[in-house]
Ligand binder design. Sequence first.
Ligand code: ME8
Length: 679
Amino acid sequence: MPDKPKYYLTTPIYYTNGLPHIGHTYSTIVCDTIRRYKRMRGFDVVMTTGTDEHGVNVERSAQKAGIPESEYVAKMAAEWRKLWDELGLQADEFVRTTDLKHAHTVQWLFKLCRENGFIYPGHYTGQYCIYDNAYVDVKPGEPCPDCGRPTETVTEANFYFKLSAFQKPLLDFYKKNPNFIQPEARRNEILSFVEGGLRDLSITRTSIRWGIPVPGEEKHVFYVWFDALSAYLTAVGGPNYAQRGYWPADLHLVGKEIIRFHAVYWPAFLMAAMLPLPKQIWAHGWLLMDSSKMSKSKGNVVRPRPIVDVLGMDALRYYLLRETVFGQDGNFSYDALIQRYNSDLANGLGNLASRTAALIEKFFAAKIPKPDAFAPQDEALAKETQSAIAEVLEHYETLKYSHALEKIWSVISAADRYLTSEQPWAGGNSDAEQERRAAVLWTTAELLRVVISLTHPVLPDCTAKVWTVLGQPGKISAQDLGGLSWGQLAPGTALEKSQPLFPRIDKKEAQERMEAMENEEQNAASPVAAITSAGAATSGTSVTSAATAAAASPATTGAGAAAATPAASEKITIDDFTKVEMRVGQIKTAERIVGADKLLKLTVDIGTEIRQICAGIAQFYEPEKLIGRKVAVVVNLAPRKLRGVESNGMIVAAAVGPDGRPVLAGFPDEDVEVGARLR
Ligand code: ME8
């Protein structure tokens, strides 16, 4: 047997100063889908993911958590790895940039670039964005043009990389390899950036301690991007990459905000080291929440686990790949997610699978029937399905997932219409009727086999179940998609018992459950809370979780309040306390929210402005009676949405009794001024 061709792809190497949200999950799902697809096309695939663990951000997060950086990153990396495992997103390689073998790769790459004359010592002063780990082209005092957060002026001795020497080689390379940067819009963006001229790049730092040391220059550590990009090589052998044979990478999949690092800096570093260049960089769009990029700093993230717990991983995968045209931005909405779940998965694929299995069980003793003659409508459906195979595979090759799934679901709809018009459940049991029924049900089962084979890379779990129900041999993942064609379903094959794949779900209830879990996760998802023990919940949560839990669901208030109470030994400093800005507010309006039994929508005067705040007190307070009441408000909490309604702040409540009934904190005895600060 000749060796399988190799295929190497990577996700970004994610920062460890936060936990994954569905933006990160999206990139990893796409890579996982490509990995599964390429395997079904006969490739020997390696997929790499990992964690980017150096830099100022991590240094500061670890300080905040009060633990050494190494401990902090080890715990965070374990969280990332665990989540990917739980979600069935199994990369073949997981690189941590604090791995010793990775330090060797970075130092080796630097040495090669230096020996080839592309590194020189110098000094640098500039504005640095510690959040993006990048120098930015702004004046002192101006914010980062990419993320809008404050920049810092940094002057330091460093080593420069002669990026300017690579303007022409890069432009020549892009010209010779027109598909190197995808999609087209990103390619154009990079071309004009490089055509505008390249400045040399500072690639080491003396201002940072937490990084890989530069060999022989102990005061310097590597700039995080020189460090992180090299992880792609570390995963497949580092200096010994040639032995494993996976380098150069076939595909680096990234979000559009880091295209420049991948399409300009990375190939330039590799050219300088005279190493082979990756074959393609694909920059996808962003998942947006309320029209802005979902990101931790904005507090508008959605975590994958609540969705997966309520709807299943296949539903999240389907939604993300079906709803957004790959490459473009896409808006995340629970509403659309549940809608897709019910219409495309429960009513579409799930219904077709259970109907087909039930009919074969009833009329053919659970064995695939043998068709004797086909009617024109059977042949038309066969033809439609056969032609969909080539089209879907073509879409997969070009990462057009929404198109691929649209096509597959058009075949599912055609099968539904076919069943509705053929009515194999109607009629009697005469030979002619059974014969016709056999042709119809064989056709439907064969269509189902083709459909699940095609869908498997995107929806691995449910398709594997249907494969078993259809009594098919081996694993569905071992099928050769290149050899997939109509007509291979063997009559007589015994079906296995089926379970409903996607039980229909009540939209309101599902959304409520996901949002309540999301709120709990948000509290737990601060890196500090995630990696310290439950009792060590931090100052921020001690105030917020009691009331936030109340806002999410009174039933959870008790737990929230308990977790929020610092153990006696875990004192907080006054600095910690003053981070929570609480003010006296006065409720101006209060109303119930349609579809949310527990929430009230309030407008509250906090002295400087009127805020909209949602509070989980609807079961305990009549809205009319709240008007004019003075309450304690946490005013510097990141805005969030509760049941789709923006909540900008939080009303403080005591959690009373075993079920945590919320009782509003207030000022019944004195006349306090609206806006006065609580301290
Ligand atoms: O940038 N929508 O790491 P990171 C879609 N460590 N994708 C999103 C997203 C969103 N709202 N938010 C994040 C880094 N992503 C560097 C990478 S690589 C050598 C170093 C995805 O943790 C997307 O793939 O900030 C984006 O590029 C990546 O996560 C950024 O992850």
